[in-house]
Design a protein around this ligand. Structure first.
Ligand SMILES: NCc1[nH]cc(CCC(=O)O)c1CC(=O)O
Length: 310
């Protein structure tokens, strides 16, 4: 049987649509006889955008409806920002490919100031990410960090309305939405370590479908795949939900993968670990770093966070 149509389940935020259309175009490039359709959907996460994510069950809320559609054969694939993909997949679905990575950094976005260092004492910075919060606090304990949620456009308009002196967003999202001119400066990973998988897009689909696997295979980026796998071992091993401040970022140079990860706790406590090795041992490098975090008390820190709430 030769597949003639492939359906992409997608959320309707501008960023989700960009990602789905990007994969649509790339698939069509590789397979000129294939029709690639978008199946737009609204997820529970989209309907309750005002509530802090950690209070309502996490990022999984943005993927459940898409996964249901694939399991019921109303769609074939879903395109995700890898940093939003939970580490476990429902029975019958799996991660198929990870594509080439966009700029993985976090961006400092402000209409008045160029860098975090330029902010006056006590300035207000918007972000709801616990990962960003804990790292910004350690760089600048004086800053007032307040919640900021919504799509990228919503967050930018809240900045423009003067609610914040600066906000932190992923550079990749801004670049994809052609809003790179809003980036005042990019954080180096040593200042603000990105989330596991940040900047990379991945494709989820039904297991046991070799024909589909063959169609998706050309989209795989090998180096990004190793990097994101190593980074995701950290979340996996620590079994961290999105209400845990956790960062993991790897680079590759001359076939050597270097991975650094950190975990934040209450009172802005922070532990970190790093390791490096051959690219092909990405998984083991991830395990080494995760075990170092565990030996420094990561599990206990995470448990204490759970008790203190958010
Ligand atoms: N949590 C939202 C989210 N998920 C993915 C991106 C874009 C960057 C990426 O694909 O990693 C963003 C926006 C942001 O964090 O500013």
């Amino acid at each position: 049987m030769n597949r003639t149509t492939l359906r992409i389940a997608t959320r309707q935020s501008p960023l989700a649509l960009w990602q789905a259309e990007y994969i649509q175009q790339r698939l069509q490039q590789y397979h000129s006889n294939l029709t690639v359709e978008l199946v737009p959907m609204t997820t529970k996460g989209d309907k309750i955008l005002g509530t802090p994510l950690s209070k309502i069950g996490g990022k999984g809320l943005f993927v459940k409806e898409l996964e249901q559609a694939m399991l019921e054969d109303r769609a074939d694939i879903a395109v995700h920002s890898m940093k939003d993909v939970p580490y476990r997949f429902p029975e019958g679905l799996e991660l198929k490919v990870i594509c080439e990575r966009e700029d993985p950094s976090d961006a400092f976005v402000s209409n008045e100031y160029k860098t975090l260092d330029d902010l006056p004492h006590g300035a207000t910075v918007g972000t709801s990410s616990l990962r960003r919060k804990v790292q910004i606090k350690s760089l600048r304990p004086d800053l007032n960090i307040t919640d900021l949620r919504g799509n990228v456009g919503t967050r930018l308009s809240k900045l423009d309305m003067g609610h914040y002196d600066a906000i932190i967003l992923a550079s990749a999202g801004l670049i994809r939405l052609k809003l790179a001119d809003r980036i005042a400066s990019r954080f180096a990973p040593e200042q603000l370590l990105p989330a596991p998988g940040q900047g990379a897009v991945g494709i989820e689909a039904r297991s046991n479908d070799p024909e589909l696997d063959a169609l998706l295979a050309p989209l795989q980026d090998e180096e990004t795949t190793y990097r994101v796998r190593a980074e995701r071992v950290i979340t996996q091993t620590l079994q961290a939900s999105c209400s845990v401040p956790i960062a993991a970022f790897s680079t590759v140079s001359n076939g050597i993968l270097s991975l650094r990860a950190l975990v934040g706790g209450i009172d802005n406590q922070m532990i970190e670990a790093e390791a490096e090795g051959p690219l092909s041992e990405a998984q083991d490098i991830g395990t080494t770093v995760a075990e170092s975090l565990l030996s420094q008390g990561a599990k206990e820190m995470i448990a204490a966070l759970g008790e203190s709430g958010d």
